[in-house]
Design a protein around this ligand. Structure first.
Ligand code: C5P
Length: 250
């Protein structure tokens, strides 16, 4: 039987550079990381840019083989999004996000640029993930933007468009995993936030699922923020969540 790799991506939601570096070292440092990857997002990247990534997530930690999710949620004309991708590929992110609602040409341009830049910098090609419908939007919010669709139908539509446009996967809530697996197949990457371990505080995640439920439904990766980075012992929290997700060899 194929051993499942650790699906947990620890979201490092802080602009404090030193704190981010400590958190990353604690959950992803060697010899054996407690997580499958770390996520750095907009707030960290806007505050510290590429030098901040190199500082907080240095080569020795990267060398443990842990994944790197650069959650930039790019959305602009194709040429500009391709330029954004070009600017970050040498950081060797495993995943980068772009908005699927930016359209086919934008996604194609991003995918082509990611492949070209990876070859140029001799790094693995970053996988591009489409942001579908933000979970902060409900049906009436969509309607106000001119989209007359149920959010879950719109998620499937945008994920399918992302796949047709050469993207590798999508971000989705736990409640959309089953529909997306059915529509996009087993190879499509599903990166899933809104995860809460058994018995933990939901915070503002209204429709959270447990790690085990999300993995059983077909999530590729689980994005977990506060339950890890706000824990008294982030590494122990990450290990417990990985175990809940079915990883036993930590
Ligand atoms: O603290 P928590 O586990 O809720 O954090 C989840 C992470 O996933 C955060 O970085 C948040 O921005 C992100 N996220 C989310 N819901 C989405 C998309 C991203 O919670 N729909």
């Amino acid at each position: 039987m194929k051993t499942r790799s650790n699906p947990v991506y620890s979201s490092i939601d802080t602009t404090d550079l030193v704190h981010a570096a400590k958190l990353i070292q604690s959950v992803a440092g060697g010899p054996k990381p407690a997580v499958g990857g770390v996520k750095l997002g907009l707030e960290f990247f806007l505050a510290h840019g590429a030098p901040g990534v190199r500082y907080a997530f240095p080569t020795p930690v990267r060398a443990t083989g842990v994944g790197f999710f650069l959650d930039l949620k790019l959305h602009d004309i194709p040429n500009t999004v391709a330029g954004g991708i070009r600017a970050v590929v040498d950081l060797a992110p495993t995943y980068i996000t772009i908005h699927a609602s930016g359209g086919r040409e934008m996604m194609k341009a991003a995918a082509e640029e990611a492949a070209a830049q990876a070859a140029k910098h001799n790094v693995p090609r970053p996988k591009l993930l489409g942001v579908t419908v933000l979970t902060s939007l409900d049906r009436s919010d969509l309607e106000a933007t001119g989209v007359d669709a149920d959010p879950s139908d719109q998620v499937v539509r945008l994920a399918a468009l992302a796949q047709e446009s050469g993207l590798d996967g999508a971000i989705c809530s736990p409640h959309e995993i089953a529909a997306l697996r059915k529509r996009c197949g087993s190879e499509f990457v599903l990166m899933v936030p809104g995860i809460r371990p058994v018995g933990s505080a939901a915070n503002d995640q209204k429709r959270a699922m447990t790690p085990r439920q999300a993995v059983d439904l077909g999530a590729s990766h689980l994005v977990v923020g506060r339950p890890i980075y706000q824990a008294a012992d982030p590494r122990a929290a990450a290990e417990a969540i990985a175990r809940e997700a079915g990883i036993n060899d930590l």
